[in-house]
Write a protein that binds this ligand. Structure first.
Ligand SMILES: [Zn+2]
Length: 318
């Protein structure tokens, strides 16, 4: 009878070990290295696998906690709310889609914009929220970001933007696409005024966001193994009818090709942004060993080279 049960359609249920409290034992399997990791350990490690270092998704709120000094973030431009000017309907009306995204994320739009202190330096900070309609850029995202850039320009405070996006929001059609030109034009004014801008690309950053403000930083940083590109790999494969190598459109590949300046682990992101801001605002090379908590000698050499190349570029444009 037991033998027959193996081939029956109703399979015997597998007992999963679970804690009494919440029905979840806390152990998860890393999709990269397949090691078992406890979720507490993963959280303490900023959502990175402690065994292989794989960077898992990190929410926009967690990023603000990571980058901004404690309680220093002040959100701005929240008076701008999404509307549906085109009365767009795809599989559901856009207004319904907005309401669902708002209920799910607890936020009214897909970006946080505001000012904060990063290691005591006043900074304009924008963080895109992938949890809200895939971090897509609609007119509110573009306008909030543009106003932040204009504020940075007016006050002369450096700008840091953390991108995580599937691209322009199709439900707002050309109104979304306009945001690419608008944010880029505002960044050009910021550049003319000599105010530094650091762009941080996280997994995934694609479409109109990569094709506009995310690629315009004075220094462009990416997290390890992040997918960064214009069209996603599936679309590229369908168009060129070839299989892409698994490394294509990843941070490491883009660094090799010169599309980004450096790859920085999440745990070192705040320190390194701080070093870059010190360098870009003071026009003097910072003392790297004292300003970074965990400098490996290889890392220091790479950072020195990067700062040298930025300095050469600055001299060329002056
Ligand atoms: Zn792992």
């Amino acid at each position: 009878m037991g033998f027959l049960r193996l081939f029956s359609k109703t399979k015997p249920k597998i007992k999963v070990e679970a804690s009494k409290k919440d029905g979840f034992s806390g152990w998860v399997k890393c999709s990269q290295c397949t090691e078992m990791v406890h979720s507490n350990e993963m959280q303490e490690n900023l959502n990175c696998c402690p065994k292989c270092g794989h960077h898992y998704r990190f929410s926009a709120a967690q990023r603000i906690d990571l980058l901004a000094d404690e309680n220093s973030f002040e959100e701005l431009f929240t008076e701008l709310k999404p509307i549906d000017p085109l009365e767009f309907v795809d599989s559901e009306p856009y207004t319904q889609r907005i309401a669902r995204a708002q209920a799910k994320s607890g936020r009214d739009e897909g970006i946080y914009t505001g000012t904060c202190l990063i290691n005591e330096r006043k900074t304009a900070l924008a963080v895109m929220d992938f949890g809200y309609m895939g971090g897509s850029m609609g007119s509110v995202v573009g306008e909030r970001l543009t106003r932040l850039i204009e504020l940075a320009c007016e006050k002369g405070i450096p700008l840091v933007v953390v991108s995580s996006s599937g691209g322009a929001r199709m439900q707002e059609s050309s109104l979304s696409l306009m945001q690419m030109a608008k944010t880029s034009a505002a960044l050009a004014r910021l550049d003319n005024k000599g105010v530094p801008y650091i762009s941080v690309l996280t997994n995934p950053t694609t479409g109109g966001v990569t094709a506009s403000f995310a690629s315009l930083g004075d220094i462009i940083i990416a997290e390890p193994d992040a997918l960064i590109g214009f069209a996603g790999p599936r679309i590229v494969e369908q168009t060129i009818r070839q299989k892409l190598p698994s490394t294509a459109q990843k941070s490491e590949f883009l660094l090799e090709k010169g599309m980004i300046d450096c790859i920085v682990k999440r745990s070192e992101l705040k320190d390194k942004i701080s070093v870059f801001l010190e360098f870009l605002t003071s026009n003097q090379k910072p003392n790297l060993s004292s300003s970074m908590k965990t400098p490996g000698s290889d890392e220091l050499e790479k950072l020195k080279k990067l700062l040298d190349s930025v300095e050469t570029q600055k001299n060329l444009t002056n």
